[in-house]
Write a protein that binds this ligand. Structure first.
Ligand code: NAD
Ligand code: WQD
Length: 372
């Protein structure tokens, strides 16, 4: 049981991680600026975890909005949500102080911008939020004597990988600004890990390189809520299946794969959340170190396999058209997952059928996302 700061906890992956961490009896302080997350996501998390809203709501630090939840039988706050920006030291300091004297043991750092195409159009926004925001966070952590962090990195740091499955030892060669910012934060963390000395306590760091996170909590109460038309495959399949979009455009049917469509390593978001718990547990139990690990299933599925599986499992048609390749795509991206298995004792448990079922349940229960 630890007190944890979760940046970006009102977003897709962060909200699922919050639920899993609450199940493990941790106490959470979430900081999110709601640029792509919502209070409703954490309201749903709190309800799923059996917490109730506290009467003590309102402002903290003078001007930051704050929401709190606790167990019905206890007076102790288990989940606090603070509206704040990771680029503002003041907002982060408020989060470190909100638990009244009780220190934060570790940070799970999900906050950031994540759209590859947008990063090409607005690179400075990505360097600002992802890199400057992370730098600010690590600075405030050190000031508060908190040196344990789990960072959301991405398989995108490999760029066009040399071979598949992709092992962590493959070179980091991102091919877009989003990937560059993830690689830059990994480098910053490597430098911090190397900064330990006789008078400098060591950092405990996990850089987790996610492959393709998909699906939703099995209840259908939390899930991915893209802003506008999604760009990722599973949310698109869901919106086509529900009739919100006419058809799926399959980007390329001439890739060197079994059916000509792109192959990816899709990982259920709850498996991913559990991977974070395992990383945190390992960091807290072991001496200071830096872990850099893939989080993936090790299984590849083509676009057409995903479409067919979704149709079969959910009994709904997903009309599609074979189209041109999308710029920047690669044929195959699949994790070598053995590093996380060995170091964390973690591997994925949920199969493709579960992914398709859970994604569709979330879509059906929340056709308009959290604004529903
Ligand atoms: P998301 O957009 O749903 O969640 C990110 C959260 O961070 C949002 O709630 C957003 O409001 C918040 N945020 C953004 N800028 C902020 C700021 N300046 N201050 C405070 N909060 C801020 O994204 P996600 O899919 O949950 O991704 C979480 C992390 O995982 C991101 O760092 C992303 O780059 C990384 N990642 C995601 C994927 C993926 O496919 N979803 C894959 C690999 C890595
Ligand atoms: C999956 C497959 C497409 C849309 C991206 C980011 C990566 C990471 C995860 C954050 C590919 C095909 C897609 C469509 C299609 N995010 N596709 N028609 O590109 O593997 O990874 O999200 O870190 O950085 O790049 O995921 O879901 O966009 O695509 O045929 O309309 O589906 O070509 O083969 P991708 P995706």
């Amino acid at each position: 049981m630890a007190n944890l700061l979760i940046t970006g906890g009102a977003g897709y992956i962060g909200s699922h991680a919050c639920f899993t961490l609450l199940q493990q009896d941790h106490t959470l302080v979430v900081v999110d600026d709601f640029s792509n997350g919502s209070v409703d996501a954490l309201r749903a998390v709190a309800t799923l975890a059996g917490l109730q809203s506290e009467p003590r709501q309102g402002l903290v630090g003078g001007s930051n909005r704050c929401w709190r939840w606790r167990a019905p039988t206890s007076r102790r706050t288990r989940l606090s949500l603070i509206e704040g920006d990771i680029r503002r030291a003041q907002d982060l300091q408020i989060a470190f102080e909100v638990l009244d004297e009780e220190p934060i043991a570790a940070v799970l750092h999900f906050a950031g911008l994540k759209a590859v195409a947008e990063s090409v159009a607005k690179p400075l926004d990505y360097w600002d939020v992802n890199v400057s925001g992370s730098r600010q966070l690590f600075d405030v952590m050190a000031e508060n004597h908190c040196r344990t962090v789990v960072f959301s990195s991405s398989a995108t740091v490999y760029g066009m990988a040399e071979s598949v499955p992709i092992h962590e030892s493959q070179p980091v060669r991102p091919i877009n600004p989003y990937g560059q910012t993830k690689a830059a934060v990994e480098q910053m963390l490597q430098d911090l890990a190397a900064s330990a000395g006789p008078n400098e306590p060591g950092w405990r760091i996990a850089c987790l390189r996610y492959f393709n996170p998909v699906g939703a909590h099995e209840s259908g109460a939390i899930g991915e809520d893209p802003d506008g038309i999604p760009s990722n495959l599973l949310p698109l399949i869901c919106q086509v299946a529900s009739g919100q979009l006419e058809r799926l455009e399959v980007y390329g049917s001439d890739w060197p794969t079994t059916d000509g469509t792109g192959v990816r390593d899709y990982i259920h978001v709850m498996d991913l959340a559990e991977g974070h718990c395992a990383a945190l547990q390992t960091l807290l139990a072991e001496p200071p170190q830096m872990l850099t690990l893939n989080l993936g299933s090790g299984q590849g599925h083509s676009v057409l396999e995903m479409v067919k599986a979704f149709e079969r499992i959910n009994g709904v048609p997903v009309p599609y058209a074979l189209c041109q390749r999308r710029a920047g795509d690669s044929a195959v991206s699949v994790a070598d997952p053995r590093g996380a298995q060995g170091r964390l004792g973690w591997s994925t448990r949920r199969d493709l059928a579960t992914i398709c079922r859970d994604a569709w349940r979330w879509q059906q229960q929340n056709p308009l996302g959290y604004s529903n």
